[in-house]
Design a binder for this molecule. Structure first.
Ligand code: DGL
Length: 270
């Protein structure tokens, strides 16, 4: 039997990671779960995010026998990756966290903006990551309340308004000394607002997300795993999309961003 790779997020954001996974692992089959029925995660308390992440992880392992799990959500990774690894010690599990280190390495002005959910920025995991960075680099943290929700429902005016507010809140941006020249997209939803943010921040600011590093890490882990991994032959069947919310939301986003894959099914995950 061909075992798929499980990928989940609170909503459509993880499709940005799925896209990178598909490029890195074109032979693999994926099962994607959007937990939109219980989202957004980023402004909820950590016990909710932990319980939901474990429930979705259990569903992917028990109902789809996944051979690896990608937590395609910064908020869920911060809240739940330790619990998921404890529950499934033999399963390769990859999480996503704001790409502070690559951003710091890229910045010429030594000033980096970080856009993420309130919950991610408040987490112990993020605070530890921040402490591990070079003290020479100034990090400006900005919680983006409402932005993931606006992206989820493709509300273009609201996406623009919130991006404008949060981009302005970062302070001076650009290549001048002391200005922020690198911005971390620390929520997987924000990749889908990258064009809007780039327009607002200007051409001298680089945006960094973690889709490709996560995909590469997953590929490396699978290359070392012993499970047999036959290639799937049916190109149309490379992904199954499941949502605890509205099927049109996930299907529509997948159609826009994954090209030709618009069929999503509903599932209740208790
Ligand atoms: N996409 C999720 C993340 O990466 C969060 C979105 C939400 O708030 O539900 O953090």
């Amino acid at each position: 039997m061909m075992q798929p790779i499980g990928v989940f997020d609170s909503g459509v954001g993880g499709l940005s990671v799925l896209k990178a996974l598909r490029q890195a692992l074109p032979q693999e089959k994926f099962v994607y779960v959007s937990d939109a029925g219980h989202a957004p995660y980023g402004e909820r308390d950590v016990t909710h995010v932990l319980a939901r992440s474990v429930a979705v992880g259990n569903y992917l392992v028990q109902s789809h026998q996944v051979k690896a799990l990608v937590v395609a959500c910064n908020t869920a990774t911060a809240a739940a990756i330790a619990a998921l690894r404890a529950a499934y010690p033999a399963l390769p599990i990859v999480g996503v966290e704001p790409a502070l280190k690559p951003a710091a390495a890229r910045s010429r002005t030594s000033a980096v903006g970080v856009l993420a959910t309130r919950s991610t920025l408040a987490s112990d995991k993020f605070q530890a990551l921040l402490q591990a960075q070079s003290p020479q680099v100034r990090f400006v943290l900005q919680a983006c309340d409402g932005l993931a929700a606006a992206i989820e429902c493709a509300d273009a005016p609201q996406i623009h308004a919130l991006c404008a507010r949060y981009a302005a809140a970062l302070g001076p941006v650009g290549s001048a000394p002391g200005a922020i020249d690198t911005v971390v997209l620390g929520c997987t939803h924000y990749t889908f607002a990258a064009d809007v943010l780039q327009d607002l921040l200007g051409p001298d600011v680089a945006l960094i997300d973690a889709g490709h590093p996560v995909a590469q890490r997953t590929a490396n882990l699978l290359a070392h795993a012993t499970a047999v991994q036959p290639a799937h032959t049916d190109a149309a069947a490379w992904v199954e999309l499941w949502t605890t919310g509205e099927t049109q939301t996930l299907g529509g986003a997948a159609k826009r961003w994954l090209v030709g894959t618009g069929l999503a099914r509903h599932v209740e995950i208790a």
